[in-house]
Design a protein around this ligand. Structure first.
Ligand SMILES: [Cu+2]
Length: 319
């Protein structure tokens, strides 16, 4: 995963596996931020030893973090790189063979995709239009409102396109910048289906229930329980958080501390102070600012404990 649209001004952010790095504050004149996203199928890991054939933006789940500054024009080019991976069924095939071939063909057929940015104020019927396989479409919007937002595929069935992995985060920094802090980017989401032979077989029917197989931060169950995120003792840490769903809320909490501030939708103007546990609904987002009082390990979870047990748990290692 990597960041789009940021290298031009504040810093060059190497987007590591832990999605965590330091910002050096600063401001710059508004400019055009090109964002290139390609919708395509890709194999990802959703849990230790479990692979998943996902529908993605740029080959990862979640897609890349897009970053811009208030007042920038975001120029999005969505390329639909989805192509059919199944050859035409030969006319010679008869009966069961032909039926099976047609089922496979349907399963592997290329499909239309689109992109819906929650940071945008535009007519979705135009900007968020579906793009045919092999085609590209470019649209622009002004990053008018600082915050952190979801982006996702908006093509129906929406539940399936989001459930298959088509989502990511956009951060719009206020024109005056944010105070320096170590930054962490977390997208919570669910995966549905049965696990067989090390593969998660996705199920649209299961997506219609509230029974996911995995709930994950940044696309892999317990990713940061296995590889904790290092944070400084006493130093400010800022978590940009999105709940991509598709359907479950997060009750976000860090064990052993209290958030100094929570900004709903990442709006820096009206923070809630001293928050212990915060509800973020599907499609919603927020910014958490916190400090770690002493060295040690601090789990971060959704306090919806059933979902925590399904993988929505990680660890901050304060040192
Ligand atoms: Cu899609």
């Amino acid at each position: 995963m990597f960041i789009q649209g940021v290298c031009k001004k504040l810093f060059v952010g190497l987007f590591t596996a832990v999605l965590s790095f330091t910002v050096f504050g600063g401001t710059a004149a508004a400019e055009v931020v090109p964002v290139n996203l390609t919708a395509k199928k890709a194999t990802v890991k959703v849990a230790q030893g479990v692979k998943f054939k996902a529908w993605t933006f740029n080959g990862t789940v979640p897609g890349p973090v897009v970053r811009a500054t208030e007042g920038d024009t975001i120029e999005v080019t969505l390329k639909n790189g989805d192509t059919s991976s199944h050859k035409n069924c030969k006319k010679k095939k008869k009966g069961k063979q032909r039926k099976k071939c047609n089922q496979q063909k349907k399963k592997h057929a290329a499909m239309w995709h689109s992109i819906d940015f929650h940071a945008a104020k535009v007519a979705p019927s135009d900007a968020f239009r579906s793009v045919a396989p092999g085609e590209s479409f470019t649209f622009s919007f002004e990053a008018s409102t600082p915050g952190v937002y979801l982006y996702h595929c908006g093509t129906g069935p929406l539940l399936e396109h989001v459930g298959m992995g088509m989502y990511g985060m956009i951060v719009v920094d206020p024109a005056e910048g944010r105070p320096p802090a170590q930054e962490v980017f977390l997208v919570q989401s669910e995966f549905y289906g049965k696990v067989k032979n090390g593969w998660l077989k996705s199920s649209y029917q299961a997506m219609k229930t509230e029974e996911p197989t995995y709930v994950a931060f940044n696309g892999k169950a317990a990713r940061y329980a296995q590889a904790p995120i290092k944070v400084p003792v006493g130093g400010p840490v800022r978590i940009y958080f999105v709940d991509a769903g598709p359907s479950l809320s997060s009750s976000f909490h860090v064990v052993g501390t209290i958030f100094d501030a929570y900004q709903h939708d990442g709006n820096p103007d009206e923070p809630m102070l001293d928050v212990s546990t915060q509800l973020v609904g599907p499609g919603g987002a927020g910014v958490f600012e916190l400090t770690f009082p002493e060295a040690g390990t601090y789990p971060f979870v959704t306090h919806a404990l059933r979902d925590m047990d399904k993988g929505a748990v990680g660890i901050f290692a304060a040192e």
